[in-house]
Design a protein around this ligand. Structure first.
Ligand code: GAR
Length: 208
């Protein structure tokens, strides 16, 4: 049984997609043991509570400096002993010491086709604003393993989504969620839980 911790910051629709997929059997062999949010008001915490899953709030704001937060956050994850950490709209940078401790065991969903529209400053709605500004006709979402870089880890899966003529950032964000994120992330977790995805020396392999 794959024990996962899901880290969130806001609405938690990706968390909900994971919980729904577990309930409906689209993700098997997996249990969400804890949800961690950096934002006490995150709707995601409510979603966890409604599912009887423990929710924890840990924000850098509550610590003297970033280093102290990083240590506390990493220590909390070590204490929870997850098999996999899932960043589902988590807008806090993962400390290097945590990446080292959980190498190959942290995944992230990003709302674009990496390497487009990613890296520092590209999160949430901003990603879609930039895609519209640039006038791309196709965007999408990416699930990847997390390394020391920002959105630079090995890619697990991607799905393309069309940009329509009169899209606003909000409309595009919703379409990318519906057509890509809520499908890709549960699928990747199920693949990892059932040994269909592995990572060795930074290379992702899909076992058929
Ligand atoms: C999602 O679109 C996710 O891909 C994005 O934040 C949103 C969270 O929504 N993540 C990033 O931008 C990470 N760089 P949710 O809280 O409803 O799942």
């Amino acid at each position: 049984m794959l024990k996962i911790v899901v880290c969130v910051s806001g609405g938690g629709t990706n968390l909900q997609a994971i919980l729904d997929a577990i309930d409906s059997g689209r993700i098997t062999n997996t249990r969400v043991i804890t949800v961690i949010s950096n934002n006490p008001g995150a709707k995601a915490l409510e979603r966890a509570k409604n599912h009887g899953i423990p929710g924890i709030c840990m924000s850098p704001r509550d610590y003297a400096d970033r280093e102290t937060f990083n240590e506390a956050f990493t220590a909390k994850l070590c204490e929870l002993e997850p098999d996999l950490i899932v960043l589902a709209g988590f807008l806090v940078r993962i400390p290097e010491q945590m990446v080292a401790k959980f190498s190959g065991r942290i995944i992230n969903i990003h709302p674009s086709l990496i390497p487009s529209f990613c890296g520092v400053g590209y999160y949430g709605l901003k990603v879609h604003e930039k895609a519209l500004e640039r006038g791309v006709k196709v965007t999408g979402a990416t699930v990847h393993f997390v390394n020391e870089g920002m959105d630079e880890g090995p890619i697990i899966a991607q799905k393309a989504v069309a940009v329509e003529q009169d899209d606003t950032a909000e409309i595009l964000q919703r379409r990318v969620m519906e057509q890509a994120e809520w499908i890709l992330l549960p699928q990747a977790i199920d693949d990892i839980a059932n040994g269909r995805i592995t990572i060795t020396d930074g290379h992702v392999r899909r076992v058929k």
